[in-house]
Ligand binder design. Structure first.
Ligand SMILES: Cc1cc2nc3c(=O)[nH]c(=O)nc-3n(C[C@H](O)[C@H](O)[C@H](O)COP(=O)(O)OP(=O)(O)OC[C@H]3O[C@@H](n4cnc5c(N)ncnc54)[C@H](O)[C@@H]3O)c2cc1C
Length: 499
């Protein structure tokens, strides 16, 4: 808890989606948080348009799932097609994914960011300072002092930890001398967002048109909105492609009827990862730590997974439940996950961004032949379990995302997490002895009755008596309940146990 020497437990720099989620998750757990943002209003135009089921589960935890759902539509099938419309590969829509929500959603980013800020405003432990720009930091053994330039001039904020959620150019990353490793993917694309008017004929699926004459993306962007992305061709400049006439010519073949252009912008799509996500008491999350091309719709999702991973660990350290060494598990858990999604997106980008006609024809023949030979549609996106970090290595299921069973339909639908709360859970087949700080449940309890069959199947599939689920809903490990509780205590406080 902060004392006179500290203004807050955690200073969050940057209030994009990742900073707002990090601050809200920390404040919910009781940490005192100051969040500073250089801009005075939410950035009004969307960048991300897709998030996945795991992220909707995080919004559920934050209490904003219903509000976010108002600005979202479940993700439709995602198809890669040739220039003349033949199907190269597809990801089917997934109406019920592991996290208890649809596989993904197409959404309006400013509405999401407003919902996150609204929930943050209800947290008495959080203070938001808009129009405050982070400039520099110094750290010592006990904390971090940040120089912030606010409306009243420069001021220092002293915190136990600082999380840089300050986006791709991240002044916090620069302040800790952070360097980026580069995947060498760097493609310029024009993004055109439209408001869809009544009578419009926008495609009911998300599309990558693998046309060497003009690689093109066409996707839903939340209720009443649609997005096109057009790759720039050699010799085209940003000024050329932003002109009205140019964009009208690009949209003409789509014959989509009445749509109104809301914005146009040119982005460079690239894959970058910071070498170090932690320097002492300073940590990086979101685009400050990694950036991806958008072909898998996962940049913000990766950042929000960072927030979920970091928030419970920082809270455990701040409350003395864990040694500071727990923070060393943040990057080893999150980096391989983020990299796998960057590599997936670059792989997709390499399929789409082929400008050489002969190479495109060869790609088409190969992918069409594979489909003709019966190659199935691609499975829903799944990432590998953590290989390292705060898990009980060697136990079945360790490091996997734990599913969220559901029961019922519509507004009366029950979801497991709602009854179990924010902390770690130990779910066992039979009654077991408790451990401090862990929510203990057994399958015979009435509160688990709606989910019993699902949970039993999971335990059977992992040949486990019990499972310990971390606060970010990843599996710590499986085994006997008392052994799991002991292993959890050791994982959080290895130094105390060794002493
Ligand atoms: C065209 C495009 C399409 C995309 N599509 C998707 C998608 O479909 N799905 C998906 O998951 N992701 C997508 N992304 C990626 C996604 O938009 C980003 O990953 C996400 O917005 C990053 O969030 P963030 O909070 O880390 O950073 P940002 O949203 O960049 O927020 C950083 C914040 O820090 C503030 N800041 C910066 N410097 C300072 C300072 N010195 N002091 C105080 N505040 C500061 C900024 O003002 C900003 O508000 C897409 C990106 C693009 C460009």
């Amino acid at each position: 808890m902060p004392n006179d020497a500290f203004d807050c437990d955690v200073l969050v720099v940057g209030l994009g989606p990742v900073g707002a989620a990090t601050a809200a998750l920390l404040a919910r757990r009781g940490a005192s948080v100051i969040a500073v943002e250089r801009d005075t209003v939410v950035y009004p135009l969307p960048r991300a348009v897709h998030f996945d089921h795991e992220i909707m589960r995080l919004f559920q935890q934050l209490g904003i799932a219903d509000e976010v759902a108002r600005h979202s539509v479940p993700v439709p099938p995602y198809e890669f097609r040739t220039a003349d419309g033949r199907l190269l590969m597809s990801f089917p829509a997934d109406l019920e994914a592991a996290s208890g929500w649809a596989g993904g959603y197409m959404f309006h980013q400013p509405s999401l960011e407003s919902a996150l800020r609204d929930i943050l405003a209800t947290e008495p432990q959080a203070a938001v300072r808009l129009g405050w720009r982070f400039e520099a930091l110094a750290q010592d053994a006990d904390g971090v002092t940040a120089r912030i330039n606010g409306p009243g001039g420069p001021a220092d904020i002293r915190a136990r930890y600082l999380v840089g959620c300050d986006g791709a150019s991240s002044p916090v990353r620069q302040a800790i001398g952070g360097t980026l490793s580069d995947y060498g993917f760097d493609e310029p694309w024009l993004v055109v967002d439209v408001n869809v008017q009544p009578g419009a004929r926008t495609p009911p699926v998300n599309l990558q048109v693998c046309d060497p004459e003009r690689p093109t993306t066409c996707v839903m962007a939340g209720p009443g909105r649609h997005r096109w992305e057009f790759m720039l061709l050699p010799g085209e400049t940003t000024d050329d492609v932003l002109k009205d006439g140019f964009i009208e010519r690009l949209l003409l073949p789509w014959d989509c009827g009445p749509v109104e252009i809301e914005r146009r912008a040119v982005y460079r799509f690239h894959g970058l990862v910071a070498e170090h996500w932690r320097a002492g008491r300073v940590l990086l999350a979101g685009d400050a730590a990694h950036q991806t091309p958008p072909f898998a719709g996962q940049g913000m999702c990766s950042g929000l997974r960072d927030a979920a991973n970091l928030a419970w660990k920082l809270d455990a350290v701040l409350t003395g439940q864990a040694d500071e060494a727990l923070l060393d598990t943040y990057q080893p858990e999150r980096e391989p996950h983020a990299r796998s999604l960057i590599e997936l997106a670059i792989g997709m980008g390499q399929i789409v961004c082929t400008l050489d006609r002969a190479a495109a024809a060869a790609r088409d023949s190969e992918m069409l032949a594979r489909r003709a030979a019966g190659a199935p549609s691609l499975p829903p996106l799944r990432t590998a379990p953590f290989a390292d970090g705060c898990i009980l290595g060697g136990s079945a299921g360790a490091g996997e995302l734990f599913p969220q069973p559901t029961c019922g339909q519509g507004p009366r639908r029950l979801r497991l997490d709602d009854g179990l709360g924010d902390g770690p859970w130990l779910i066992s087949r039979r009654p077991a002895v408790g451990a401090p700080g862990i929510t203990l449940r057994n399958l015979d309890e009435p509160s688990l009755a709606p989910f019993r069959a699902h949970l039993l199947r999971w335990l059977d599939a992992h040949a486990a008596e019990a499972v310990l689920v971390r606060p970010d809903r990843y599996v710590f490990g499986t085994g006997e309940p008392s052994a799991l509780a002991d292993a959890w205590a050791i994982a959080l406080k290895p130094l105390a146990r060794a002493a």
